[in-house]
Structures are given as C-alpha cells and as structure tokens.
Design a protein. Sequence first.
Length: 156
Amino acid sequence: MRHRKLGKNLSRNASHRKAMMRNMVTSLFKFERLETTDQKAKELRRVAEKMITLSKRGDLHARRQALAFIRDKAVAHKLFEELKDRYLQRQGGYVRIAKKGTRKGDGASVSVIQILPGEEEKKAEKKKEKKAPKEKPKGKKKKEKVEAASASTEKA
C-alpha cells in the first residue's frame, strides 16, 4: 500500500532530498530559471509554488516559514518583495516546465523550469512587439519588378 507516500524519492535518502530541494528552490528564485531533470523539476514545482503562496500571504509567520526552507536571506527578501507583487491576482501556476531534450552523458531527460513573468511584464512585451515596424507585403514587390521589366522591354 502507498499510504502517506507523497512525492518521489529521486533515489536519495530524506536528508539529501530535502537539502537538494532547498538548494534548488533557492537557485530558482535567485535566477528565475533552472535546468534540471524532468523528475526533479516536477518535485521542485511543488515546493516553489508553496513558497510563492507563502509570499502572497506575506505575514511574519509566512516569512519565517519561507526562511526556514530557503537558504539565502536576500532571495527570501526578493520573494516577499518583488515576486509577491507579480502573482497577487493569480491563483496558482506560477512555474513553467519546458522539456529540453536528453542529456548527453546519461541520457536523462532534461527540462527547464522557470518562474512565469507577471501580467505587467507580459503587457510591456506585447507593446514592444506592436511598435516594431511592419514589413510590406511581398506581393507588391513582385508586381513592381514585373512592371519595371515590362517597361524596360517596351522602351527597347
């Protein structure tokens, strides 16, 4: 029976697994992007989303709970000050996992896990895309070339 078995053990004992998750979640919030195996990424997503939910709560107890898990005080501060504001209106799904391929050495499937940008950042990116100059339709260029060629043949 599989009662009370939550998560994968990732071929590690409990202390190693906990230390690895603490290091990975700290790195994820520090760099906002991390490359790891698929299974580690899926386990990391559970922990990272819980940390972001704690930051959304924002009280002292939540901050202390996050600091008990995250290894770097500056990263915890970033989580509670900057990242919290991105996700106030969002009800989960703060992390994206994208499959990258296989690792050359051992053939393990590798994924990239990243924190999603906030709503304001998405809007700013869309505005930049709209401001870019649009290309002229390709059909007009062909017509101009044909007209120029016919005009030069008429003169000759």
